[in-house]
Design a protein around this ligand. Sequence first.
Ligand SMILES: NC(=O)c1ccc[n+]([C@@H]2O[C@H](COP(=O)([O-])OP(=O)(O)OC[C@H]3O[C@@H](n4cnc5c(N)ncnc54)[C@H](OP(=O)(O)O)[C@@H]3O)[C@@H](O)[C@H]2O)c1
Length: 232
Amino acid sequence: MSTYLIIGASSGIGKKLAEQLIDSGHSVFATYFKNKPETHSDKPDYHFLNVLDENNSFDFLPDALDGLVYCPGSINLRPFERIKPADFVADFNLQVLGAIKIIQAALPRLKKSENASIVLFSTVAVQTGFPFHTQVSASKGAIEGLTHALAAEYAPKIRVNCIAPSLTDTPLASSMLNTDQKREANALRHPLKNIGTPKNIADMAEFLLSEKGSWVSGQIFHVDGGMSSLKV
Ligand SMILES: NC(=O)c1ccc[n+]([C@@H]2O[C@H](COP(=O)([O-])OP(=O)(O)OC[C@H]3O[C@@H](n4cnc5c(N)ncnc54)[C@H](OP(=O)(O)O)[C@@H]3O)[C@@H](O)[C@H]2O)c1
């Protein structure tokens, strides 16, 4: 059984992934920011962590980690002309620098594993251009570049992959899914005629963490209901 760290496991995709890994018998160290989930004996070990803090303590972690998943993200959709440079910086700090700081802190522990894997998150809106997505796409584009470069630098010891979801039913996407009309319209935009579930995305992350993904690195996985590649 393996030991994983999930940053941002109190909501959405990270929470679902933590539950799945626990159900599979793995050990999961999980972090929350604003919403601490209720804990039971069979739930992950939850710790407070704000990725924007400079001096986070990782004393709660064991000596070795088999995997790291970085979930914090944002979806700020606005016309480009109304987005201030500071807004781009804020997104970059959360999505990119936050991931960089966590990866750097976790590296010594990941290097002690025989099947170390890092999973990051991008968005469908990097591969495919959508209006009003410049703020999120700029940061997530950086995540995709980081994925490729890190995967090369740490091969063969640590695998690094990225998942690029389309609209997935989590609290982060609630403003786009808070009426039946919005849910139906958003489902119909996808070639597979559904919005994503946290499980759709967590299943891919679980594969990438596991031994089954042991020959996969430096990839961006478009788990997006066909949105980025199909025209139907
Ligand atoms: N949902 C979508 O439609 C969608 C689409 C494309 C890409 N993605 C990407 O997929 C990833 C996961 O998204 P999600 O929908 O599962 O998001 P979510 O439901 O909002 O969960 C985000 C997690 O990150 C934590 N977090 C937020 N800010 C943090 C901070 N400053 N420090 C530490 N932790 C922080 C949250 O903690 P608390 O809840 O405790 O505050 C939560 O556990 C993100 O990178 C997102 O950009 C999502």
